[in-house]
Design a protein around this ligand. Structure first.
Ligand code: ZN
Length: 275
């Protein structure tokens, strides 16, 4: 009787695909590197460049971004300079990443410095209006940098949106759920579709179920990427960044932290988190 029960259990296990006992995947904490910080100097250095001369909702986001990223510097694991002047602190090459909430370089000197910085391995984390560009843009390098796209239309008013995470095979998305509801923001749709550029890797997009989306400015559908990287550069663009609610969701905050961490980890000087 007992032998029969064992046989039945074996058959059941086989039917479930467990032909043999599963290999142990247990890893002792002592076998992996501890989370202690061995270095005596900050791992990396960032510049957060922003402007107060932007619309109120973009200023709100910028100030919250300063607070959000400043909290991540606690313990001086990394250094963050904050400035409304891109070149105030001197050569950009000292920075491992430049964070730009809702603003992009505008003067010829700033544009030239940023372009040189990015073309020499610089890192960029840009939000929302940092990528805004239209037919008036003269700085074509910047459009190419973004993926060759310019503003097509927007949703209005700011509202939450269901976001699809596109794959979990990237360091930015590997620990994110398949989808989440992003807090209220204004979304920009782009032309041509950044997905049509083979150098662009889309990491998140608005789910089709959102459409029609908006009460005043209504977007009826179409592909709607909201987070991507141009694989020719060390950069991530994040479409969220309008108003004072963008940092209220844990999933989205994780996306933001992951994005910063990934950009920095790709440094040509080596991954500072491995030190
Ligand atoms: Zn906006």
């Amino acid at each position: 009787m007992k032998r029969l029960a064992i046989l039945a259990a074996a058959i059941l296990l086989a039917a479930c695909g467990h032909k043999t006992a599963p290999q142990s995947t247990f890893v002792s904490a002592a076998d992996v590197r501890p989370a202690s910080y061995a270095g005596k100097t900050p791992r990396f250095k960032a510049l957060l460049y922003y402007s107060d001369y932007v619309e109120e909702a973009h200023r709100d986001f910028s100030h919250q971004a300063i607070e959000f990223f400043h909290r991540l510097t606690y313990g001086e694991g990394w250094i963050m300079d904050v400035s409304t002047s891109l070149l105030e602190n001197g050569d950009l090459s000292q920075y491992d990443v430049i964070i730009m909430p809702d603003v992009a370089p505008s003067s010829p000197a700033d544009q030239a410095a940023f372009q040189e910085y990015m073309e020499n391995g610089g890192g960029w984390l840009g939000y929302h209006a940092a990528a805004y560009n239209d037919q008036s843009l003269k700085w074509m390098w910047f459009r190419d940098f973004l993926g060759g796209v310019r503003f097509l239309c927007n949703t209005w008013p700011p509202q939450p949106g269901l976001v699809n995470i596109e794959g979990h095979d990237h360091d930015i998305t590997k620990n994110l759920p398949d989808r989440y509801v992003a807090p209220a923001t204004e979304y920009y749709q782009w032309q041509p579709d950044p997905r049509s550029n083979p150098d662009i890797r889309i990491l998140a997009s608005l789910a089709p179920e959102n459409f029609p989306m908006g009460l005043k400015d209504v977007v009826f559908g179409g592909d709607f990427p909201v987070v991507w990287t141009n694989t020719k550069y060390r950069m991530v663009y994040i479409n969220m960044g309008h108003g004072d609610e963008c940092f209220t969701d844990a999933t989205q905050n994780l996306l933001f932290v992951n994005s910063l961490r990934w950009v920095v980890s790709q440094s040509p000087k080596g991954d500072p988190f491995q030190r």
